[in-house]
Design a protein around this ligand. Structure first.
Ligand code: SAM
Length: 329
C-alpha cells in the first residue's frame, strides 16, 4: 500500500496552496493536491465551480413509467433537459416545487440522482437474468438503477454495513417497484463467506467525497488526511473481496465520488500489480477524461488511462472516477 503520509509529506504545502485554502475555505492539503492535479489555473476553475454548485438531476424510473409519460406529468412544474449520456437522465433547469416532495417522486416515477452517479450501473451493464452483487449499496441509487437496466429480472444482492442507510435502501427499493433485490446488512469484506459467485459486481466505494464539493462544500474542511488513509485501506480490501467473488470472465466496476488519485488510480494500480495477468482493465468509451497514469511525480500502470474521470468544472457533473475490470482467470 502506498504510504499516503509519506507521499503527502513530499508534496510541500507552499504559499500558493495556503492562499487558495484561505480564499476557498478548504484544507491546505486539498488545495495543494488540486494544484498538482489541475495546475494552478485549473485548480481555481475547479474551486470556482464549487461556489456555483451544480444543477440537480433525476433518473426516470422506467420500471414504473415511460420517460415521455413522466415528462408529460411534470411539465407544468419543471423544466428539464435530457442528459447526453443517459437516455433516462434529466437535468432540472427550473422547478416551481421541491423535487423531493412531488406525487411523482413519492410514487417512485423518478429518483434524484447526480448524472455522474448514473454512469457506474450503465458501464457495468448487467443483463436481465444475470447474478449481480452491489457491495456498497445504500441508499440505493445505483442498486435501483441496476434493477431498472435488468428489467427486474435476474438477481441483485445489495450489501451495506450501515443500518440507518440500509433502511433508506429498502424504502427506495419498495418506492421504485424493484423486485429482484435481496438486501443484506453485512461488511462487504466478508462476502466470500457467503459462498456465491457473481457475473457482475459493483463496488461504489465509501470515499472522502471530494467530487461532491459543489454539492457539499463543507467536505472541503471536514475530511482529514487520516480519513483518506483509512478509506484507502477499506477501498483496497473491498476491491480485493470483489475479485474473489466474481466469476471467471466476470466484470467489476469500481467507482467513487472522489477525484482523489489516492482513492482511485492508486488503489487500482495496486490491484493490477497484485493480480497481474489475472485482471485486466476494460476501456470505458464515455465522454470524460482518461484515468491518470502519472501524478505527484509517480508513474502508474499505463492501462489506467482506460478509466474515466469526470470533473465539475469541465463536465458539469459531480466529480467521479469509474473503472471497469475483467477477471480473466
Ligand atoms: N451505491 C450507493 C448509491 O448509489 O446510492 C452509494 C454508496 S456510498 C458511496 C458508500 C456506502 O458504503 C455507504 O452507504 C456506506 O455505509 C457503505 N460501506 C462502508 N463500508 C462498508 C463495508 N465495509 N461494507 C459494505 N458497505 C460499506
Amino acid at each position: 500500500m502506498i504510504n499516503i503520509m509519506e507521499l503527502l509529506r513530499s508534496i510541500s504545502i507552499d504559499r500558493e496552496a495556503i492562499e487558495l485554502s484561505i480564499e476557498y475555505g478548504i484544507s491546505p492539503y486539498m488545495a495543494k493536491r488540486y494544484i498538482e492535479l489541475f495546475s494552478y489555473k485549473g485548480a481555481i476553475s475547479f474551486l470556482n465551480t464549487i461556489r456555483l454548485g451544480l444543477k440537480k438531476s433525476i433518473r426516470c424510473n422506467t420500471l414504473k413509467i415511460s420517460c415521455n409519460e413522466l415528462l408529460r406529468k411534470i411539465k407544468d412544474r419543471m423544466v428539464v433537459k435530457q442528459t447526453p449520456w443517459v437516455p433516462y437522465g434529466f437535468w432540472i433547469l427550473k422547478s416551481k416545487v421541491n423535487i423531493g416532495a412531488t406525487p411523482e417522486y413519492l410514487l417512485g416515477y423518478y429518483y434524484i440522482q447526480g448524472v455522474a452517479s448514473m454512469l457506474p450501473p450503465l458501464i457495468l451493464n448487467p443483463k436481465p437474468g444475470e447474478r449481480v452483487l452491489d457491495m456498497c449499496a445504500a441508499p440505493g441509487g445505483k442498486t435501483t438503477q441496476l434493477a431498472q437496466i435488468m428489467e427486474n429480472k435476474g438477481s441483485i444482492l445489495a450489501l451495506d454495513v450501515d443500518r440507518t442507510r440500509m433502511r433508506a435502501l429498502r424504502s427506495n427499493i419498495s418506492r421504485l417497484g424493484v423486485r429482484n433485490v435481496v438486501t443484506l446488512l453485512l461488511d462487504a469484506r466478508k462476502i466470500v463467506g457467503v459462498g456465491e459467485k457473481f457475473d457482475k459486481v459493483l463496488v461504489d466505494a465509501p470515499c472522502t467525497g471530494e467530487g461532491l464539493l459543489p454539492l457539499i462544500p463543507e467536505r472541503g474542511r471536514s475530511r482529514s488526511l487520516y480519513d483518506m488513509y483509512v478509506l484507502m485501506k477499506l477501498q483496497y480490501e473491498l476491491l480485493k473481496s470483489a475479485i474473489l467473488v466474481t466469476k471467471k470472465g466476470g466484470v467489476i466496476v469500481y467507482s467513487t465520488c472522489s477525484i482523489a488519485p489516492e482513492e482511485n488510480e492508486f488503489i487500482v494500480n495496486l490491484i493490477l500489480k497484485e493480480y497481474s495477468g489475472k485482471i485486466e482493465l476494460v476501456d470505458i468509451s464515455f465522454y470524460g477524461e482518461k484515468g491518470l497514469t502519472e501524478i505527484y511525480g509517480l508513474k502508474l500502470n499505463s492501462e489506467l488511462e482506460r478509466c474515466l474521470r469526470l470533473y465539475p468544472h469541465i463536465h458539469r457533473t459531480e466529480g467521479f472516477f469509474i473503472c471497469k475490470l475483467r477477471k480473466k482467470v
